[in-house]
Design a protein around this ligand. Structure first.
Ligand SMILES: [Zn+2]
Length: 323
């Protein structure tokens, strides 16, 4: 295999989402490997390991979906469930800002099996696209009932948009050693999102019909391309998604070079919370006086951002009261 010798594409590097198309298979998608950006978020939160893994999957899915936004805006993924991890929120702001947090019961997490279905339990996952005041806020909901985060994406696209979609996500930990420091674990994650978007929608519709003949005008089985693409996605292993020596471009080449894969420039994603003293102040000033009074402790109001753990202190008497 002379893959390396014949591979003459540029690597965007970790924390870059790269779009790609495989025209002969009528598929397109995005791939990413997250490194320092993800590690910074998870290191700051210091969640139990199974929670970190789940948040890592949610962040990876969020950047794969969020970077599809064509206009300025926000993509928010949020779970609300009855399991040990009751809520995960990850949001993406164009062009590439990401933040995430989870709420969980530490004892219940410790007692739970560590797979996503056990940690989340039953409930819903909402994906919201918000592109500002002049556009309609869009929200799609998927029932969570013991399915993986990968399955969530498949279900969402089939239900909400009738687009056949495959997603692979992987999370890994690497041991890094810096001189003079004790070794530490850092987080990596990777993902590939693949969608079947043929020119003719008929090819998608036929696939949904049980017992349909699945033949196009030329007599070919119409979902052959999608079947092939899905089979190739099935050959991805977790190490390929998370190992820094297997760049997303290299993985895409391995999967699709026989069909002709075209990889586009990547979008950088970064750990970047949107909170600010002014935004928190605006929220406090819009509260009722009772709500505000309940927030006062030791003569001040301290608000800690759940996403980035930054604390903001306010003197209640210095707030401009709206109500
Ligand atoms: Zn923040």
């Amino acid at each position: 295999m002379t893959e390396t010798a014949t591979l003459s594409i540029d690597f965007a590097g970790q924390d870059h989402v790269v779009p790609f198309t495989v025209s002969p298979l009528d598929v397109r998608g995005r791939a990413v490997q997250l490194g320092p950006m993800l590690d910074t978020i998870l290191d700051r939160h210091d969640y139990p390991e199974p929670v970190s893994r789940l948040v890592a999957e949610a962040v990876t899915l969020t950047v794969l979906l969020g970077t599809a936004l064509k206009f300025e805006g926000k993509f928010i993924l949020q779970t609300q469930t009855d399991g040990p991890v009751s809520m995960i929120v990850t949001d993406f702001r164009t062009p590439g800002s990401v933040r995430a947090y989870a709420r969980f019961d530490a004892d219940a997490v410790a007692a739970s099996a560590s797979d996503a279905a056990s940690l989340l339990g039953n409930g819903i996952l909402a994906m919201t696209i918000d592109q500002g005041e002049y556009t309609q806020r869009y929200q799609g909901i998927v029932q969570l009932d013991g399915i993986s985060v990968e399955e969530v994406a498949r279900r969402y696209f089939l239900q909400s948009e009738q687009i056949p979609t495959e997603v692979r996500l992987g999370v890994g930990e690497v041991l890094t050693r810096r001189e003079g420091e004790s070794p530490r674990h850092s987080w990596t994650a990777g993902g590939v999102l693949l969608q079947f978007l043929p020119d003719s929608e008929d090819r998608i519709r036929i696939m949904d019909l049980p017992g349909g003949d699945g033949l196009d005008d030329d007599g070919f089985n119409q979902d052959d391309a999608w079947t092939e693409a899905r089979a190739l996605m099935g050959t991805i292993n977790d190490v390929e998604l998370t190992d820094s020596t297997v760049e997303p471009e290299r993985l895409l080449y391995r999967l699709f070079h026989e069909h002709g894969v075209h990889v586009f420039d990547g979008t950088k994603v970064a750990d970047d919370c949107a909170c600010s003293e002014m935004k928190v102040r605006n929220v406090l000033e819009a509260m009722s006086s009772e709500e505000r009074a309940e927030s006062v402790e030791d003569g001040k109001i301290r608000v800690t951002c759940e996403f980035c753990s930054t604390s903001y202190d306010f003197d209640p008497s210095a707030l401009e009261i709206v109500h």
